[in-house]
Design a binder for this molecule. Structure first.
Ligand SMILES: C[S@@+](CC[C@H](N)C(=O)[O-])C[C@H]1O[C@@H](n2cnc3c(N)ncnc32)[C@H](O)[C@@H]1O
Length: 210
C-alpha cells in the first residue's frame, strides 16, 4: 500500500478540502457512474430503505440514490455539504467518518465511494460503517488501484494530499477484516477500460455484508 498522508489530523485535512472545493468547485461524479453504483446495490425501485454515503462530497450520488431510498450523507467538509444540500434531499451531517452519529444497525445500505483511501484512520471508519449497517444490509466500497497505469506514469494523477493506493489483495485484506465480501469488480471511467485487466484497472468495487 502506498501511503501519501500529508495531514495527520482531520482538522488540517478538512481545511484542505474546504479550500480546494471553494477554489475549484466540488468533485462531480457522472450520472453513468452513479447509476452503476446503484446497480451494485440492486436498487431498481422505490423503497423505504435507508442509505448512508460516508464522505458524500457534493452529493451527486445521493441525488440519484434518493429516487430509490431515504438518503443520508456525512462529510467533514462544509463546502461539500453545502453543495449536497443544494442538489439533494438527503439528511446531511457535518462530521468525521471516524465517529458516525447514528444508532447501531440503522442503515440498509452504507456506501463509501472514493473516500475511504483519504480517511486518516481507515480502520476506525470501517468499524463505524459496520456498526451502523444492519445485519442484512449491504456495504459498497470504491477504492483506487495502486497499479493503475496512469498512477504509475504520473503519481500526481491521484491528486489529493491524503491518499492511499493499494492493490486488489491489499484492499481485500483490509475490507474483509470488517465485512464479508460477496462481490468484487474493476472500474475505469473510460469505456475502453473494460479491456484493461483487473490488475491494472483504475479502481476496485467491493460489495458485501457484515
Ligand atoms: C474524493 S472525495 C469523494 C466524494 C464523493 N464520495 C464522490 O464520489 O465524489 C473524498 C471526500 O471525503 C471527504 N472526507 C475526507 N476525509 C474525511 C473524514 N475523515 N470524514 C468525513 N469526510 C471525509 C472529503 O471532504 C471529500 O468530500
Amino acid at each position: 500500500m502506498l501511503e501519501r498522508m500529508e495531514f495527520d489530523s482531520d482538522l488540517k485535512a478538512k481545511q484542505w478540502y474546504n479550500k480546494r472545493f471553494s477554489d475549484f468547485g466540488v468533485f462531480e461524479t457522472s450520472i453513468k457512474y452513479n447509476s452503476l453504483m446503484l446497480k451494485y446495490l440492486g436498487l431498481k425501485e422505490k423503497s423505504d430503505k435507508k442509505l448512508l454515503d460516508v464522505g458524500c462530497g457534493g452529493g451527486f450520488f445521493l441525488k440519484q440514490a434518493e429516487k430509490f431510498t431515504e438518503t443520508f450523507g456525512v462529510d467533514f467538509s462544509s463546502v461539500a455539504l453545502n453543495n449536497a444540500k443544494k442538489i439533494s434531499k438527503a439528511e446531511l451531517t457535518l462530521c468525521s467518518a471516524s465517529s458516525l452519529p447514528f444508532k447501531n444497525n440503522f442503515f440498509d445500505f452504507v456506501v463509501c465511494l472514493g473516500s475511504l483511501e483519504h480517511f486518516i484512520d481507515m480502520e476506525n471508519a470501517l468499524s463505524e460503517m459496520k456498526r451502523v449497517l444492519k445485519k442484512d444490509g449491504k456495504i459498497l466500497i470504491y477504492v483506487p488501484n495502486l497499479n493503475f497505469i496512469l498512477f504509475k506514469l504520473n503519481p500526481a494523477t491521484a491528486h489529493q494530499p491524503n491518499e492511499r493506493l493499494a492493490s486488489f489483495n491489499e484492499w481485500k485484506k483490509l475490507i474483509e477484516k470488517y465485512f464479508l465480501i460477496e462481490k468484487t469488480d474493476k472500474h475505469t471511467h473510460n469505456p475502453l477500460g473494460k479491456l484493461i485487466p483487473k490488475e491494472f484497472t483504475y479502481s476496485f468495487v467491493f460489495v458485501g455484508k457484515k
